[in-house]
Ligand binder design. Sequence first.
Ligand code: PAF
Length: 280
Amino acid sequence: MKIISNPLELKQYVKNKTRDSLGEQKSIGFVPTMGALHEGHISLIKKAKEQNDIVVVSIFVNPTQFLAGEDLDTYPKKDEADKKICEFSGVDVVFFPRAEDIYSEDEVSLLAPKVRGYVLEGTSRPGHFNGVLTVVMKLLHIVSPTRAYFGKKDAQQLHLIMLMVQQFFMDVEIVPVDTLRESDGLALSSRNVYLSPSQREEALKLSASLHLAHKMLRQNIFDANIITHKMRECLKPLEVEYVVVLNRDFELIEKVEIGNSVILVEAIVGKTRLLDNIWL
Ligand code: PAF
């Protein structure tokens, strides 16, 4: 496995690798991460390996997607363990840049859409998605992958990246990957390490509320108001940021449409912002 930190070196490496000796084009699967890799990331890597000839993983804690006062300085870092996980998982190249390899002083940057980038997570984290889209755009240009893999847990991020790829006519397939959960239902997240044992118990209310929504759907209750009201009761006493039912275009809907809906919840446990959702 190769570890590269220079973007131009990676670009050259990928260029050389993607043509075999017969000039045949090889596919590249790309998994962008901020490190502190867990089983969720490993499932993205596995999918990338199944579907591509070469797999590139980036590990970069992107400063521009953190707002002032957020956890940039304390974001979990496990560089050596992450490299080992990549090696065991059969990754071909780890892209491991420093901030100065990616950003300079006077930057061109992308703006998230004025509506869909500033609702839900964007309400409490205004500007967060500008940073996400800018870095993902840069990474996609550096790696030039055939396919890039993103978890469905960060549903709004995934939606905005798909929108960016479509609106900028980019030549990459974005592959959404299902959320992995602990056996008790907690969605895997690098930020789960912030939770104390009692907060971890509290955090289970997120998946429990989604489980309840699922149960209501099985009882033919499709009304979004009724479902979100019951979910909010289940989430008590957590500080709930939002509970919403959206269609796959990320618009609020009044009735769940099976095959075209996603129910999202965000709540704060201790100081940790947790997201979860189900795709229906
Ligand atoms: O989901 C993440 O880990 C990050 O937001 C991403 C997509 C790697 C961009 O920094």
